[in-house]
Design a protein around this ligand. Sequence first.
Ligand SMILES: NC(=O)c1ccc[n+]([C@@H]2O[C@H](COP(=O)([O-])OP(=O)(O)OC[C@H]3O[C@@H](n4cnc5c(N)ncnc54)[C@H](OP(=O)(O)O)[C@@H]3O)[C@@H](O)[C@H]2O)c1
Length: 266
Amino acid sequence: MSSNEYSSHNVWITGAGSGIGRALALHYAAQGAHVVISGRTLDKLHEVRDAGASLPGQISCLPFDVTDAESVNSTSEALRSIVPHLDLAILNAGTCEYIKKGYLDPTLFRRVMDTNFFGFIHSINAALPLLKAASTKPHLAGVCSLAAFIGFPRAEAYGASKAAARYLLHSVRTDYSGLMDVTVINPGFVTTPMTAANDFPMPFEMEAENAALRIASALKKRPLEYNFPNRLTWVLRLAQLFNGIWYRQISKQRRTDNAAKRRTAE
Ligand SMILES: NC(=O)c1ccc[n+]([C@@H]2O[C@H](COP(=O)([O-])OP(=O)(O)OC[C@H]3O[C@@H](n4cnc5c(N)ncnc54)[C@H](OP(=O)(O)O)[C@@H]3O)[C@@H](O)[C@H]2O)c1
């Protein structure tokens, strides 16, 4: 559905070449916004821009590797040459890597933290001058994850990076209190290239377009935190409350899986 609800809005979305970011970009362009999309792969950004060509809004491409601290200032300047200010910045670029065979590989941790945590810092620094230039109170939102609620097997790096990013945003809110709204978005499982490699059940999984609609609708109210879907959120809230049961259950499952693997190897 298209409208002109956001016709005077400028939105920046990182990691918008695929998945949730792509769906968000097309959603906001359908609502009339000028959307600047970033990611590392120009071809993917062009595909999104072309997919939105008939929409009321406009999509502009700005390549940006969020791990590249050196390019923050030039990216900010490039953003300013496309739009004079930002009403909304959605930090969405992210990566997921699971640890292998129980080994806490520091190189893997650095890769994941570089994108999911330092990537947020670099993106915020690039967006801030343009958010400050907005004539109405600007809005910063960051895509974290329900995975940060409690420990999951093999998710040491991903979960920790999202928990750190979540804390970062909550803390930024306190420093920009009254000047900028900040929302933490915690999705459950969404069908995207990132989850395509997952080899475990993904309860309540949904399409990226559905996730984008929910996120955009929630962002209108500028909540401190938006968790979805509700059912998975409640399961994980209960798990936090009764974490002894959660970790016993996970350990039992891991012991069964490991025993099955040993039997297969013998
Ligand atoms: N899918 C889920 O179930 C789920 C659940 C919870 C949270 N999330 C979070 O949602 C966000 C979007 O993920 P997705 O599921 O939509 O996966 P996705 O389709 O893989 O999207 C991630 C995007 O981030 C970009 N990206 C990765 N590294 C980057 C970097 N260094 N600099 C700039 N862009 C980078 C990728 O494009 P390039 O490779 O071209 O740069 C890609 O377009 C992520 O933060 C993810 O952690 C996803």
